[in-house]
Design a protein around this ligand. Structure first.
Ligand code: URA
Length: 220
């Protein structure tokens, strides 16, 4: 699986035929919500494989039917997976399928459609995140406002290693994260299936896939 790395804040654009195929189906207007949910889940599992490349592990002694040997297991404290409500929920199954023993916290953020400013309406996260590797799930990195607000909150609680998994990213959002974290002593990584062209005047990613929450769950 080949990747592209940009700048000190790492942005990994996963260049893989299966990722590209599933993303193309996801983008299509004709794709139903049921198929969209399935594709989003599969895509996250593929992205999560790459996003967990630096997952902390520790040695463990085991016994196979044939011999004693050393293996590895996920290190303590366990990683924390944080879907950003509502659309990030559509990515959770695909992530925990790969890391069933990870802990899950929830963060509810909503962006004002006019000002595009993100505010927190639900916070179900541990208070102390020191030494925790955190994986944030947010399908669309658009202006970056929501993700910066979410990552700032995680850093305030002691996290120093945050990976955001996004189905799609816009250059404007990547730049916003670079501006926020390039000069800070923290590991912030974005893993995405594609870096699209730009944002339109309404803050939507172009060509994008529309409103990820609406496409997952139907318009509310
Ligand atoms: N949020 C979405 O759901 N879609 C976009 O294109 C941008 C932000």
């Amino acid at each position: 699986m080949s990747t592209t790395t940009l700048g000190p804040m790492r942005t990994l654009v996963i260049d893989h035929p299966l990722v590209a195929h599933k993303l193309t189906r996801l983008r299509r207007t004709q794709t139903s919500s049921a198929t969209f949910r399935l594709l989003a889940e599969e895509l996250v599992t593929l992205l999560a494989y790459e996003a967990t490349e630096t997952l902390r592990i520790q040695p463990v002694a085991i016994t196979t039917p044939v011999a004693d040997c050393m293996g590895v297991e996920m290190a303590d404290p366990r990683p924390l997976v944080v879907p950003i409500l509502r659309a990030g929920l559509g990515m959770l199954n695909g992530m925990v399928k790969l890391m069933p023993t990870a802990e899950v916290g929830f963060l509810g953020m909503v962006r004002d459609e006019d000002s595009l400013i993100a505010t927190t309406y639900a916070d179900r996260l541990p208070h102390n995140l020191a030494n925790r590797q955190v994986f944030v799930l947010d399908p669309m990195l658009a202006t970056g406002g929501t993700l910066v607000a979410a990552i700032d909150l995680l850093l305030e609680r002691g996290a120093r290693d945050v990976t955001a998994i996004c189905l799609l990213a816009a250059p404007e959002g990547v730049k916003r994260l670079e501006d926020a974290y390039n000069d800070r002593d923290v590991e912030v990584t974005v893993v995405t299936a594609a870096l699209d062209s730009h944002l339109n005047e309404k803050g939507y990613i172009v060509p994008g896939l529309g409103d990820a929450g609406d496409r997952l769950y139907g318009v509310v």
